[in-house]
Unconditional design. Structure first.
Length: 407
């Protein structure tokens, strides 16, 4: 059979025939500068897959040179190297196969799932991105959650069937007779990757030999995208690692929740219900506490016949409770009302309210609240401020010192 591969390219692409070549020996046919301390190495043959079709390039070594990237430009495959290599010399080459194999598993998974979705809906994959931690594919029509679930289940069944995956280059005439998925308009010498019975797709990338090697496919996200759907999948060893991570996390949750392996949701539901009940209790208790303290304050204010400020200390009030209390109290008096929340050990938050036109009576004189805040902060190691009606802040002082400050 005529070899129709490598059209327009001087480098024989070993990965077209065999995606499992990890090491090979090749001759350097070109070496040119490619940026800062980088060189573009051309080989007579290569197993390095150059970046293309949504998949990143392989990495590895040519001799002692580290190859960090492989780019194809005008039919030339440039291996981006950290050092120059001698043209005309042969080198032992090795690709980082663990990384490559992970991509093969995920790329083949993408073909399988897209082929199944295409057969179910007629929609095509119009976008593909395969990075080191996720595989994203865009389908050009809406696919329901139920359909995606069905497609995922079907794809996993095809994995169990261990169906062969093959790649061949076909001429224009040969292509006329077959139905295949393609993102490009090329009609000659197209590499067709076939998953027997399930999919035919034009693709230049290396794939696993059979669906069994994909291991597992899981759709981990699906969201509307440009009238279609954007799907994120995990397959192969990545999916296994993800499972290990989730299972270990689940063990921790089980220990915290004291639940059986698959009953974590029930445990979480119980906690949510308990939390809701506690929140309701909390609201009720706060109301009760506020009314007790307010009754006490009202009694003090009823018997009051001067404008000296009234202190209220509490370890359990929150800011809202204290502000409400102060506003209620101010309806009954012209004196400022001073709320202190906290204890001697951690200090006190203060919220002080006063009539805007009066301010606070301190050492026999009326002072506006912002001015008073400065005096108090200075005397009691505090910070904070506010308006003429209310100031708020904190003091690093004990109750005794605070009380003495006002005498
Ligand atoms: Zn592909």
């Amino acid at each position: 059979m005529e070899d129709r591969r490598n059209t327009g390219s001087v480098t024989k692409r070993l990965y077209d025939d065999d995606a499992y070549i990890k090491e090979f020996r090749a001759g350097v046919i070109g070496c040119s500068p490619a940026g800062d301390k980088a060189f573009g190495i051309e080989l007579d043959m290569t197993a390095f897959f150059p970046e293309g079709g949504g998949q990143k390039s392989d990495t590895g070594r040519i001799g002692d040179a580290v190859i960090t990237d492989v780019q194809e430009k005008d039919g030339h495959i440039l291996h981006i190297s950290d050092r120059p290599l001698d043209t005309g010399t042969e080198y032992d080459c090795a690709i980082d196969f663990a990384k490559r194999y992970d991509r093969m598993q995920n790329h083949s998974a993408e073909h399988l799932l897209c082929g199944i979705i295409h057969n179910m809906t007629g929609y095509d994959n119009v976008g593909f991105h395969l990075s080191d931690d996720e595989t994203i594919l865009d389908i050009n029509g809406p696919v329901s959650k139920e359909m995606l679930k069905e497609a995922e289940e079907k794809a996993n069944k095809v994995i169990y069937e261990n169906v062969p995956i093959t790649a061949v280059f076909l001429s224009g005439d040969e292509l006329k007779g077959i139905d295949y998925r393609s993102k490009l308009d090329i009609t000659e010498n197209v590499r067709i990757v076939t998953i027997e019975e399930y999919d035919k797709c034009a693709c230049c990338a290396p794939h696993v030999r059979s669906t069994g090697e994909i291991g597992i496919i899981r759709i981990i996200d699906a969201m509307p995208h440009r009238g279609g759907v954007r799907i994120t999948i995990l397959a192969g060893e990545r999916a296994y690692r993800d499972y290990v991570y989730l299972d270990e996390a689940n063990r921790q949750y089980m220990a915290w929740l004291s639940t059986k392996r698959l009953e974590g949701a029930k445990g979480v539901e119980q906690i949510i219900n308990k939390n809701r009940a506690l929140s309701e209790d909390n609201v009720r208790l706060k109301k009760e506490l506020t009314s007790i303290v307010l009754d006490d304050l009202k009694k003090k204010l009823e018997n009051k016949n001067d404008d000296r400020p009234v202190p209220v200390f509490s370890a359990n009030f929150d800011d809202v409770m204290m502000r409400n209390l102060i506003n209620e109290g101010l309806k009954m008096t012209d004196a400022a009302i001073m709320g202190f929340i906290g204890d001697d050990e951690s200090g006190y938050k203060y919220i002080i309210g006063a009539k805007e036109d009066k301010g606070i009576l301190y050492k026999g004189e009326y002072t506006d609240l912002p001015g008073f805040a400065k005096i108090m902060n200075g005397a009691l190691n505090g910070r904070g401020g506010g308006s003429r009606m209310m100031i708020q802040g904190s003091l690093k002082a004990v109750r005794n010192d605070i009380e003495e400050f006002f005498i």
